[in-house]
Design a protein around this ligand. Structure first.
Ligand SMILES: Cc1cc2nc3c(=O)[nH]c(=O)nc-3n(C[C@H](O)[C@H](O)[C@H](O)COP(=O)(O)OP(=O)(O)OC[C@H]3O[C@@H](n4cnc5c(N)ncnc54)[C@H](O)[C@@H]3O)c2cc1C
Length: 532
């Protein structure tokens, strides 16, 4: 793929429309990336944004000459093919780079194989079970039904396979070379890969480290991972439903797994050391979700920690400590869901001098490490460890490497939990907003007044806007209810673009939809909800 790549140079917008930069570049004789055609170019222009200031960014220098015949094997070697790695690789290829991806495990990383996707596939199975259970109230009599765990796992595996082979297809389409093996950085431009046939050295102008994370362990005696102590990975591949489960940690992973087992018939207790589930989230939203999950059969113990565990016959006896004292109980399975640890071991960070703090790789706003040719993105650079954050970071990394001055902003990062009801939030919690702003106004509206929610029989929950009282700027949006994980994108767009509550109010929302709840909640913040 021999080609010169020159970035657009000091382009002034001559038209406010998307063609402005193109016209101007033609006028000034600036060479545009010659591998892309017009639609690609437009998308490149529109994605070259400074995420902090929101200003369009156009490079002032042709940064790099990407070409065949350079002294490097590739323009960029990406380590890892999870959401950070595969998206970064494709974005780099779009920018004209010759890309090699090295993957030691399954293509697609945690997200596609043992994370986001399989959890949602199993939750979808559980949702069908719930629908069957409530079918009678919709006039559908289901006399008997059986759970077929094997078929549920097959559904999950089909979805995973379709997506992971889709990623491999995208690699082929974008002429990205995939090498299977374990990569280690040996100098700022070289990666050594241990493959089945030996060690191969790859040189590249840039290296993007996307090694992801692994389940965090609890340093508690008796809670080493094994047959009866599961991480989220084992909770996705089970051949029988445990009767009684203890989930340690009430974050998204603990709640989603706990909910899955509870709806499949397990007795599920969730122990959380903090005073609320989803500890970083809006307190009212967390309380509402907890109440709903308790009605769905889950039990919770907050402000509590597990201090010890022991095998007793085929079960685990567990000691749980809280302000009220210590109690014991026995469980068939203990699920440790206390977060994830960035994968930093054995990738050559210390040998090459890439700075890290022992927990995560340290990067600047361009995702660049202290060594300019080495970038890092995704879970390996720490929280927030989410797939959509991972790929946004890796896009920023490669765009910066290849000449677009992209910067990462964490101003509007949506976080979702896919239980029933779902939970989703973005921006400041009410508590944080009150700490930072003198005048905070809340708008809230319940799904129980919404026609679509009542029609589908899922009217639990609400949407809540946290706004600045003076200007009405939207500071945070928190949702519990049906399909709110799909509704949160609208709120993310609003916060990212610093919209006010009035702009939501003035936007026509279709009827009857769940999105009307957002508009009513916005109107409530101005004291004029129509249906309240
Ligand atoms: C149960 C569960 C549910 C989740 N649900 C969600 C969700 O609903 N939404 C969401 O946004 N996030 C979710 N996440 C988090 C999400 O999966 C991660 O944030 C995301 O996968 C991070 O992407 P990544 O590319 O940084 O790392 P990973 O997906 O971990 O990928 C890293 C890849 O690098 C490879 N690798 C590591 N070291 C090397 C090496 N030395 N050489 C070669 N290859 C290497 C690994 O094999 C792996 O394939 C969930 C996680 C879990 C565990």
């Amino acid at each position: 793929m021999g080609s010169a790549f020159l970035c657009v140079r000091e382009v002034k917008l001559v038209s406010s429309g998307p063609l402005g930069p193109v016209y101007e570049s033609l006028k000034t004789g600036v060479t545009l990336p010659n591998l892309v055609d017009l639609p690609d170019l437009l998308s490149e222009v529109s994605t070259g944004f400074d995420q902090t200031t929101d200003a369009p960014v156009y490079e002032t220098e042709p940064r790099e000459q990407l070409s065949a015949g350079s002294e490097f094997d590739a323009d960029i070697v990406v380590i890892g093919s999870g959401p950070a790695g595969y998206v970064g690789a494709i974005r780099a290829a779009q920018l004209g780079a010759r890309v090699i991806v090295v993957e030691k495990g399954d293509v697609g990383g945690v997200c596609l194989n043992v994370g986001c996707i399989p959890t949602k596939a199993l939750l979808a199975c559980v949702s069908v079970v719930d629908q069957v259970r409530t079918a009678k109230s919709f006039g559908v009599e289901v006399k008997t039904f059986d759970l077929n765990l094997g078929a549920m796992m097959a559904h999950k595996e089909r979805v995973v396979k379709q997506l992971t082979s889709g990623v491999e297809m995208l690699f082929r389409k974008n002429k990205i070379q995939l090498i299977r093996g374990k990569a280690r950085i040996v100098d700022p431009h070289t990666v050594a890969v241990d493959t089945e046939t030996g060690t191969q050295k790859l040189t590249a102008r840039f290296i993007l480290t996307c090694t992801g994370s692994r389940p965090a362990r609890l340093p508690v005696p008796g809670l080493e991972f094994g047959d009866r102590v599961w991480s989220s990975t084992e909770a996705l591949s089970f051949s029988c439903i445990p009767q009684k489960i203890l989930a340690i940690g009430a974050g998204a992973i603990g709640l989603e797994a706990g909910y899955t087992f509870a709806r499949l018939g397990s007795d599920v207790l969730v122990v959380e050391m903090m005073s609320q589930i989803l500890p970083a989230s809006d307190a009212e939203t967390a309380r509402t979700l907890q109440n709903a999950l308790e009605r769905a059969g889950m039990r919770f113990k907050l402000n509590s920690i597990v201090v010890r565990a022991e095998d007793v016959g085929s079960r685990k006896k567990v000691w749980i400590k809280s302000e009220e004292g210590e109690e014991t109980d026995e469980f068939d399975v203990v699920l440790v869901a206390v977060g994830r640890t960035p994968a930093l071991a054995d990738i050559g960070l210390d040998e090459v001098g890439v700075k890290h703090d022992g927990r995560k790789i340290l990067v600047n706003e361009h995702m660049q490490t202290n060594i300019p040719s080495i970038y890092a993105a995704g879970d390996c650079i720490g929280e927030p460890m989410l797939a959509h954050v991972a790929w946004t970071e890796s896009k920023v990394a490669v765009e910066h490497a290849f000449g677009l001055n992209s910067r990462m902003s964490y101003k509007a990062v949506p976080a979702c939990v896919y239980t029933t009801p779902e939970c989703a939030s973005v921006g400041l919690t009410e508590e944080k907003a009150r700490e930072r702003y003198r005048d905070v106004r809340i708008g809230r509206y319940s799904f129980s007044h919404n026609g679509k929610a009542l029609a589908i029989g899922e009217s639990e929950g609400f949407i809540k806007f946290v706004t600045d009282g003076k200007y009405g700027q939207i500071l945070g949006v928190h949702m519990v209810g049906p399909h709110v994980t799909d509704l949160i994108a609208q709120a993310t767009l609003a916060i990212r673009n610093e919209l006010t509550i009035d702009e939501v109010i003035e936007t026509i929302h279709p009827h009857p939809t769940l999105s009307e709840v957002a508009q009513e909640a916005a109107m409530d913040a101005r004291g004029r909800a129509i249906h309240k």
